[in-house]
Design a protein around this ligand. Structure first.
Ligand code: ATP
Length: 297
């Protein structure tokens, strides 16, 4: 019996291994399918930006064809204005930013910058026009100056100081014993979440982008840090076309328009006061965040 069992058992093992290998290969192709390399069109031209208005025109998109993430989304950020996108986790907010940066192409509809479809321009020129302040900022075990200059390595000290002022970091840096030469990161000064994000703002401003995407950190900040970020954002976003992916509603109160996303659809839009008056989705999000803040105090 044992003589029969062992070969059969072995055959079963071989069968399972082959099945797993086939599944791995099929998963690999699925991955290749969902992460397509975006190529420049053969006749792509550099993006010329004079009035950097951004327009999402009936955009639909899914990372996989069987799971739509954005459905028929339209909104416009007029040149120099600030639009905030809010919505529950997974609603598709960051996906909008990834599409504008052209990590992926839309499945339907179009995204235009200054009237030009972003599929018609070179990716380098598109990405040069857009500055992204990410949720999580990577800091190097280097000086504050180095960490800010990383946004544009050839920038001089005057430029670094200018963006530090814009990001409301100047007083903080002046109070450090070694100022701009203070080492930060794991082996240096530990920066708070709010300070890190202001370093990210300063870094991005060195690029002087026509369009700014601000992907707000989800972590809650104390009211002092919150105020400092709000002030920094207000100053850098003034007269700059800005898309804020908002997690904290305090950031969106002064937006020119708030777009409320739900399961990839725009369900409400308008300014803060108007949306509160409607007493719909945005108003209930606002109430919930207010209650959560009051419980923290
Ligand atoms: P959050 O507020 O949590 O940051 P979000 O509104 O920004 O959420 P997105 O990051 O846009 O949400 O994600 C929308 C949906 O797309 C989510 O269900 C997410 O799981 C899915 N998703 C995001 N990135 C990918 C990816 N690279 N491949 C497949 N699905 C993805």
């Amino acid at each position: 019996m044992l003589q029969l069992f062992l070969p059969l058992n072995f055959l079963g093992f071989v069968y399972r291994e082959i099945k797993r290998a086939l599944a791995d290969i099929s998963r690999m192709f699925q991955l290749l399918d969902v992460e397509p390399a975006i190529a420049d069109a053969p006749d792509a031209v550099p993006l010329a930006v004079s009035q950097p208005a951004v327009r999402f025109d009936r955009v639909s998109f899914g990372y996989r064809s069987d799971r739509p993430i954005l459905r028929d989304v339209s909104f416009e950020i007029p040149a120099g204005r600030k639009i905030a996108v809010v919505g529950a986790s997974g609603a598709g907010k960051s996906t909008l930013a990834r599409l504008l940066f052209r990590f992926y192409d839309v499945d339907a509809g179009a995204i235009t910058v200054d009237g030009t479809d972003i599929r018609e321009v070179t990716q380098d020129s598109l990405r040069a026009a857009i500055g992204v302040v990410p949720q999580d900022t990577v800091l190097f075990n280097e000086t504050i100056e180095y960490n800010i200059r990383y946004g544009r390595p050839e920038a001089d000290r005057v430029a670094v100081e200018r963006v530090a002022r814009l990001a409301h970091l100047d007083a903080f840096i002046a109070a450090l014993p070694e100022g701009y030469d203070t080492m930060v990161g794991e082996r240096g000064l530990k920066l708070s979440g709010g300070e890190k994000q202001r370093i990210a703002i300063a870094r991005t401003m060195l690029k002087d982008p026509a369009i700014l995407i601000f992907d707000e950190a989800t972590s809650s900040l104390d009211s002092h840090a919150e105020r400092a970020i709000l002030d920094a954002m207000r100053d850098v976003a003034a007269d700059r076309t800005t898309l804020v992916i908002a997690h904290r509603l305090s950031t969106v109160v002064d937006a020119d328009e708030i777009v409320v996303l739900d399961h990839g659809r725009v369900v409400e839009r308008g300014r803060h006061a108007a949306l509160l008056a409607v007493d719909g989705r945005y108003a209930s999000m606002w109430q919930l965040q207010r209650q959560a803040q009051q419980q923290q105090v």
